[in-house]
Design a binder for this molecule. Structure first.
Ligand code: 4NP
Length: 145
């Protein structure tokens, strides 16, 4: 799960997916990262921690890290929150196979529409962002299960 800062959106996506993996007994692993590295080592944004907690998801064990090229080998699927994250990741790919692993999260809910999970860092709307992410993750699990 990848966004820009790995403190607002992708930590929510990681936390939500981790909980659903546990609930459904799936043998999937999940991690999150940011394309920027600006917040390396930091906890998720307190507004993400709070909205996750309201939904009984604890994301306080997460720390921000930058997306790295070895993630292409480590993971089968790389899920971007918006098209800017998507193009930044695609630019780092070394093959068509690596490029094909990169998907936009909301395309699992609205195929082909290339919609963004809006960046809530300056504008807020964390509850809305949570709902968008959770619905798309349900659709993603449905797709791959
Ligand atoms: P995120 O949100 O990409 O969802 O983690 C942001 C966090 C930090 C910044 C931008 C977006 N920033 O400009 O520092």
């Amino acid at each position: 799960m990848v966004c820009l800062g790995n403190i607002c959106r992708s930590p929510l996506a990681e936390g939500i997916l981790r909980q659903k993996i546990e609930e459904k007994g799936l043998s999937w692993s999940v991690d999150s990262a940011g394309t920027s590295g600006w917040h390396n080592g930091e906890l998720p944004d307190s507004r993400s921690i709070d909205v996750a907690r309201l939904h009984s998801v604890d994301i306080t064990d997460q720390r921000s890290r930058k997306f790295v090229v070895s993630d292409f080998e480590e993971f089968d699927l790389i899920v971007a929150m918006d098209s800017s994250n998507y193009s930044n990741i695609i630019q780092m790919a070394k093959s068509e196979d690596e490029k094909s692993k990169v998907k936009l999260l909301l395309n699992f809910s609205n195929p082909g529409e290339n919609q963004a999970v809006p960046d809530p860092y300056y504008s807020g709307g964390f509850e809305y962002v949570y709902t968008l992410i959770e619905t798309a993750i349900d659709d993603m699990i449905e797709y791959y299960q």
